[in-house]
Design a protein around this ligand. Structure first.
Ligand code: AMP
Ligand code: GLY
Length: 442
């Protein structure tokens, strides 16, 4: 008993430094959040709801669904959670931040009204129009006949987007009119209105900015590989790999992103009475002249971008807990102009289930390398542990393997050294993540 008491007293003495953090979500992004938060001397305890088997050494797993907001709240109150961090968009769109804040709990992420920037593509376009943010011309169609008529206003390739959360899969980009019409029919079969959009050309870039309602501080820009196949072929996915830093994302481009995209949106959201806190993720297309246009906003960390951005932050000496805590408190002033330029480079490669992004071959037993070389982290995403102990695949994206090195080439070599050692029936990955970057000049 004495031992327990002295332990409790020493915990008490740590005072505000001994933080208990709750992460909501279960993917590779949340595993990367857990690893980065565990590196903070201020975090004494991590919990995750529901998490995945890869996180068991770092965090206590809770069997609470990400959309069970009341269940999460009761747990956070009972356990006196100091900061809750929301990974996926669905609980944000469902109002988890509003509910926790009302109850007096600190939580990282935007309120429901601000999360509409991701949840409704139409709302995002309206905000961009009002704030004069560069983006493609669009037509919103509420009926199938409006959509078919709207299609004739555009030249191929056609871009058709379902209006609502679609985990990156509700978008069709095609040069075939027939495929465009099928995409429209599929959307209306689900009763989803569609946005038709002008096709943007250039290089895609993901900028994740930490926001406090007033300020947006962009983290190192990353590039995601959306298509399932090598050479950017096949259907869109949630992302098959990523790297950072991106050679063409220089100071001049980041300045444009700040002044043309992030600041105007932050100002507008504040003016509307729904200040934006949390991560504002701008999915950009950067044209040959180096000018950015917004493809979409997300209201959360990107997956797999997080698996390169966070290891680089940690590698560069930034305490992720401090940053997210300050955002949730609404005061990032101490970080303004103070985030160090990242050191080194990171590349992450997704190992996916057979069939992804269509019908998946799941429940296959996984074997993993016994030890990882220095600079490599294996993040679990769609894995689960069977009662008898076997680890099996349970989702589309199963692992992301991140290599961190002095250069992109070194980081890439490290990741690809380990990727083929992650084995299960049907497993596949892209072999060209961050390859040939000298070709990527804009
Ligand atoms: P989204 O879910 O809006 O990010 O779209 C998924 C992917 O489709 C993007 O990452 C792009 O690769 C592509 N895409 C979406 N909108 C456009 C557009 N207007 N022009 C070109 N490609 C697009
Ligand atoms: N990697 C794309 C996303 O997180 O939406």
């Amino acid at each position: 008993l004495n031992l327990i008491l002295s332990y409790l007293i020493s915990q008490e003495n740590l005072g505000s430094e001994a933080m208990h953090v709750l992460i909501i979500g279960s993917g590779g992004r949340e595993h990367a959040l857990a690893v980065a938060l565990a590196a903070s001397p201020k975090v004494s305890q991590l919990s995750v709801a529901p998490g995945n088997p890869g996180m068991e050494m770092l965090a206590q797993r809770l069997e609470i669904d990400v959309l069970d907001i009341e269940g999460l709240l009761i747990h956070a109150q009972r356990e006196k959670i100091d900061l809750t961090i929301v990974g996926p968009e669905a609980p944000l769109a469902a109002g988890i931040v509003d509910r926790f804040t009302e109850a007096g709990l600190l939580i990282f992420g935007p309120v429901q009204a601000a999360a509409q920037l991701e949840a409704s593509k139409l709302f995002a376009k309206q905000m961009m129009q009002q704030a004069n943010v560069p983006t493609g011309h669009f037509v919103f169609a509420q009926t199938e006949s409006q959509a078919l008529e709207g299609l004739s206003q555009f030249n191929p390739p056609y871009v058709i987007k379902e209006d609502g959360l679609a985990a990156g899969k509700g978008v069709t980009v095609t040069s075939s009119q027939e495929e465009a019409e099928i995409a429209i029919a599929n959307a209306f079969a689900k009763n989803s209105p569609v946005l038709l959009e002008a096709c943007l050309y250039g290089q895609e870039l993901s900028v994740l900015a930490v926001c406090d309602g007033v300020r947006a501080l962009p983290l190192v820009a990353a590039q995601d590989f959306k298509r399932v196949g090598d050479g950017n072929t096949g259907p869109n996915t949630g992302g098959m790999g990523a790297y950072a830093p991106v050679p063409f994302a220089d100071a001049a481009l980041m300045e444009k992103v700040q002044t043309l995209v992030l600041n105007p949106i932050l100002n507008l959201m504040a003016k509307r009475g729904t200040p934006y806190k949390g991560i504002l993720y701008a999915g950009l297309m950067v044209n040959n002249a180096g000018d950015p246009a917004v493809i979409e906003f997300n209201c959360r960390f990107g997956d797999p971008e997080t698996q390169v951005v966070l290891p680089l932050l940690t590698h560069s000496g930034v305490d992720l807990f401090d940053l997210l805590f300050a955002s949730a408190q609404g005061n990032l002033a101490p970080f303004e102009g103070a985030l160090p330029e990242v050191k080194g480079a990171a590349v992450t490669v997704v190992v996916a289930s057979g069939g992804y992004p269509a019908e998946l071959l799941t429940n296959q037993v996984i074997t993993l390398p016994e030890a990882l070389p220095e600079g490599v982290t294996l993040y679990h995403a769609g894995t689960k542990r069977l009662p008898k102990g076997d680890l099996v695949n349970s989702g589309g994206r199963v692992f992301t393997v991140t290599g961190v090195g002095a250069t992109l080439d070194e980081a890439r070599k490290k990741a690809y050294e380990v990727v083929p050692q992650v084995k299960f029936e049907g497993a596949f990955y892209r072999s060209d993540i961050a390859a040939g970057l000298s070709l990527l000049k804009v």
